[in-house]
Design a protein around this ligand. Structure first.
Ligand code: PHE
Length: 527
C-alpha cells in the first residue's frame, strides 16, 4: 500500500547545478549505490550495499531528497506468518482434518466420546464444528450413543496449502498465490492461527538529476588525517574519515633495543658519572706484571696458575715498564721502602713479563694509577675480564667487572664504605652491608653484600679496600687509594630475576624481546 509520504521532496526540474552541489560522503555513498543498482532500493537494501545502518541511510535519504537527487516513497507491507495455533496445525493438521482421518480409519463412523478422548476437548470441539460446517460429517443418534458419520472426504483445502507455505517462514501478502487469498482471509478469523505483521518500507528512487550526475562527483574520498588545508577549503565536509579499530590485533613489532646486559652497563656508567667519576679503559691482553705483580700478588699465588688464568701462547711475553720493575721487585722480596718486609722470595722478571687475559679490572686501575700519581684520582671501569672457569649456571669464562679507585689527600675507609653504599643505592639496592675480607693488595679489606628482598638472600657485590703501601709506594703514589671491584653479571641476574648466568650470552630472542626496554630503569626506580 502506498502511503502519503512525509518525505517531502522538492522536485527540481532540469539538471542539478553541479558547482553548487556539496555532498556529504554518506550521501555520495547512497547515491552511488542507487546509480549502480539502477533501480529503486529499500533503506535496508541500501544499508546492506554500503555497509551502514538503516539510520544512516534515512539521514542521507533526507539530505539527498532535499537536493532533488532522490525521492523516498513509504509503503506499508503486510506479512503473514504462523501464530501459536497455526504452528501446531501446520505440524499435525487441522482438527477437522484429523477428525476425518480418524473416521476413515474407523470405517466411517465413530462414537463422539471416543473422538473427544482421542482429540482432546478443545480440538474435538473445533474439529466437529468445522467438519459439520463444511458438510463433511453429520451427527447420528443411535440409542443412547451419538456418532459422527463421514459424509464426504475433502481433498486438500486451500487453508492447508497455505499452512504448508507458511511453515517455511513468513510471506509478504503479495507473495501469497491468488487462489489462496480467500483462505488467507478465512484463516485470519480463526484465533491464533495466523500472525499478520505490518512493516513500513521506505524506497529510495533515484531522480533524473541523480541519474545524469557525473560519476566523479560521487567518488567518496577516504582520508586518514585531517589537514589544515582541508579545514580551510571546507573539503573536510565531503571526505570520509577512515575508522580505526585501535584494538585490532596486529603483528608484534620488535623494535631494536639495547641488550639487557648492555643496558645495565649503561646505567652503571651513568651512576658513576653522576657521582663524579671518569671512565678508564685498559687492555684485555695484559702483562702479569699489572694483573698480579704490581698488586703485590706473590708469584707463587694460586690465582696465577694456569687453571685459573688464561696465558697467551703467542706472543708469550710482553715488555715491562722498566722504571717500575725494581721498586715492585723490592716490594715483593723485602718490602723495600714500603715499611713492609715483603713476601721474602726471589722475584722473577720472566714471570711478570708473561701475557695473559686480564683476570680482573684492577689491572686497569693500577695501570692508571702508575701514570696518575697525584690526587685527585676518581675513575671507574666496567669491562670484560677472563677466568679459566668451567662454564655453568653461575660461572662464565668471560664476564664483566665493575671497578673503581679514588685517591685523595684525606680519603678514608669510611669514605669507601659510603661511596659503595651510595653507588648500589642508586642501582636500587638499599640494604647493603659490609664484612671483612682479604685481598693481597688491600688493607683493610672488605666485601659488600646486598639483601635481595624478593629472594630473601644476600648477594655478594664487590671486594674493596685501601691499597697497601706495597702497591702504592712502588708506583710513587703517596696518598691513600680506595679501591673496589666486583662482578656485573651476578648483579644483573638479581636485577633481571634470572638464575642462569648464561642467559645473557645465548641470545635467547624470546627473552630479550619479552623485556620492555624500560624494564631495568623501572625496576631500579630511575623512572
Ligand atoms: N679484584 C678483586 C676481584 O676480582 C676485587 C677488588 C678490587 C678487591 C679492588 C679490592 C680492591 O674480586
Amino acid at each position: 500500500m502506498r502511503l502519503k509520504s512525509r518525505w517531502r521532496c522538492r522536485d527540481r526540474e532540469g539538471p542539478v547545478i553541479v558547482s553548487e552541489l556539496v555532498l556529504h560522503w554518506l550521501e555520495r555513498e547512497v547515491a552511488r549505490a542507487l546509480k549502480r543498482a539502477g533501480r529503486p532500493l529499500t533503506f535496508e537494501e541500501a544499508a546492506e550495499l554500503i555497509g551502514r545502518d538503516v539510520g544512516s541511510i534515512a539521514k542521507a535519504a533526507l539530505w539527498l531528497s532535499s537536493k532533488g537527487l532522490v525521492t523516498v516513497e513509504e509503503y506499508e507491507r503486510r506479512f503473514y506468518g504462523l501464530g501459536e495455533e497455526g504452528r501446531i496445525y501446520a505440524e499435525r493438521g487441522f482438527p477437522e482434518r484429523r477428525l476425518i482421518e480418524m473416521l476413515k480409519a474407523a470405517g466411517g463412523r465413530l462414537d463422539l466420546k471416543i473422538l473427544e478422548k482421542e482429540l482432546g476437548e478443545k480440538e474435538f470441539r473445533i474439529g466437529v464444528n468445522w467438519a459439520r460446517r463444511m458438510g463433511w460429517i453429520d451427527i447420528e443418534k443411535i440409542g443412547e450413543n451419538v456418532y459422527a458419520r463421514l459424509v464426504s472426504e475433502p481433498s486438500e483445502l486451500p487453508e492447508e496449502h497455505l499452512l504448508r507455505i507458511l511453515r517455511d517462514g513468513e510471506r509478504e501478502a503479495s507473495e501469497i498465490p491468488e487462489d489462496l487469498r480467500g483462505a488467507c482471509q478465512r484463516l485470519a478469523s480463526r484465533p491464533g492461527v495466523l500472525e499478520v505483521k505490518i512493516k513500513r518500507i521506505h524506497v529510495l528512487k533515484p531522480s533524473e538529476a541523480l541519474l545524469k550526475l557525473d560519476d566523479s562527483l560521487l567518488e567518496v574520498r577516504e582520508v586518514t588525517r585531517l589537514t589544515p588545508s582541508m579545514l580551510v577549503s571546507g573539503e573536510w565536509r565531503q571526505v570520509r574519515f577512515s575508522r580505526f579499530d585501535v584494538q585490532a590485533p596486529t603483528p608484534p613489532v620488535f623494535a631494536g633495543k639495547r641488550h639487557p646486559l648492555r643496558e645495565l652497563i649503561r646505567i652503571v656508567r651513568e651512576v658513576f658519572v653522576e657521582m663524579g667519576f671518569e671512565e678508564i679503559k685498559g687492555p684485555l691482553v695484559e702483562l702479569a706484571f699489572w694483573n698480579f705483580d704490581a698488586l703485590f700478588q706473590p708469584q707463587d699465588h694460586p690465582a696465577r696458575e694456569m687453571h685459573d688464568t688464561f696465558y697467551l701462547a703467542e706472543p708469550e711475553m710482553g715488555d715491562l715498564p722498566m722504571h717500575l720493575v725494581e721498586p715492585v721487585k723490592r716490594a715483593h722480596e723485602d718490602g723495600g721502602d714500603t715499611g713492609s718486609t715483603g713476601w721474602g722470595y726471589k722475584w722473577r722478571e720472566d714471570e711478570a713479563r708473561k701475557l695473559l687475559l686480564r683476570t680482573h679490572t684492577t689491572a686497569t686501575t693500577i695501570r692508571w694509577l702508575a701514570d696518575h700519581r697525584e690526587p685527585p684520582v676518581k675513575v671507574f671501569s666496567v669491562d670484560r675480564i677472563y677466568r679459566n672457569e668451567k662454564v655453568d649456571w653461575k660461572h662464565l669464562a668471560e664476564f664483566h667487572q665493575i671497578e673503581g679507585i679514588v685517591m685523595g689527600e684525606n680519603v678514608s675507609f669510611r669514605d669507601l664504605l659510603g661511596l659503595i653504599k651510595e653507588f648500589y643505592a642508586r642501582l636500587g639496592l638499599k640494604n647493603v652491608r659490609f664484612r671483612p675480607s682479604y685481598f693481597p693488595y688491600t688493607e683493610p679489606s672488605a666485601e659488600a653484600i646486598a639483601y635481595l628482598e624478593d629472594k630473601k638472600t644476600w648477594l655478594e657485590l664487590i671486594g674493596m679496600g685501601i691499597f697497601r703501601p706495597e702497591v702504592t709506594r712502588p708506583m710513587g703514589v703517596k696518598h691513600r687509594v680506595l679501591a673496589w671491584g666486583g662482578g656485573l653479571e651476578r648483579l644483573a641476574l638479581a636485577l633481571y630475576d634470572l638464575d642462569d648466568i648464561r642467559t645473557f650470552y645465548i641470545n635467547d630472542l624470546n627473552w630479550i624481546r619479552s623485556l620492555p626496554s624500560s624494564y631495568l630503569r623501572r625496576r631500579i626506580g630511575l623512572i
